[in-house]
Design a protein around this ligand. Structure first.
Ligand code: THU
Length: 157
C-alpha cells in the first residue's frame, strides 16, 4: 500500500495586487454576470477566458425551464471560445458571481464539477496549465490550473 497527497496552493489577492491583464479579465467576468439569464436561481455567474490570440471571450449562465437544459457560465464561455476561435489556446479564466440581491459574492465562486471537466479539455488542448481567477467581493483566489481543481481527472479512454 502506498499513500500520496494531492494538494493545491491557492493565492489570495486583493484587487490592488492584480496585474493589469488579470484586473481586466476579472472585470470582464464581473461584467458578464450582468448578461446571465437566471429566472429560476437568480444566481448570476460570469466567466471570461483570455486566449493566446489576444481575445477575451465571455459567457454567463443561461437557464431553462427544463433545468438540465441550461448551462453554467464557465461552459457557456469555453464552448463559445472553442466555437469562435478553434485554434486559440486558453491562457487564463476568471469567474465571478452575484447573489439574488445582485451583490458580488463575499467568498470567491468556484466552478462546478461539470465545468471543471469541460474546462480540463481546453487545458489539455492548450498543452499548459490554465490558471483560474475566482472572484470574490474584496479578494480574488488564483488557482494554478484546471487540473488542480480536478485531481485524478478522467482524460483518456
Ligand atoms: N452556475 C454556474 O454558472 N457556474 C458554476 O460553476 C456553478 C453554478 C450556475 C448554474 C445555475 O444557473 C446557477 O448557477 C445556480 O446553480
Amino acid at each position: 500500500m502506498r499513500e500520496f497527497n494531492v494538494t493545491t496552493t491557492v493565492k489570495e489577492y486583493n484587487y490592488q495586487e492584480l496585474s493589469n491583464a488579470d484586473a481586466i479579465l476579472v472585470e470582464e467576468a464581473r461584467k458578464a454576470t450582468f448578461r446571465s439569464y437566471v429566472p429560476y436561481s437568480h444566481f448570476h455567474v460570469g466567466a471570461a477566458i483570455a486566449l493566446d490570440n489576444g481575445q477575451i471571450v465571455c459567457g454567463s449562465n443561461q437557464e431553462n425551464a427544463a433545468f438540465s437544459s441550461g448551462t453554467c457560465a464557465e461552459r457557456s464561455a469555453c464552448f463559445y471560445a472553442g466555437a469562435k476561435y478553434p485554434d486559440a489556446a486558453f491562457i487564463k479564466i476568471a469567474v465571478a458571481a452575484r447573489d439574488g440581491n445582485g451583490e458580488f459574492l463575499d467568498t470567491p465562486v468556484s466552478p462546478c464539477g461539470h465545468c471543471r471537466q469541460a474546462l480540463m479539455e481546453y487545458e489539455g488542448r492548450a498543452g499548459h496549465d490554465v490558471p483560474l481567477l475566482l472572484v470574490g467581493r474584496d479578494k480574488v483566489y488564483e488557482v494554478p490550473s484546471v487540473k488542480s481543481l480536478l485531481p485524478l481527472t478522467f482524460t483518456e479512454f
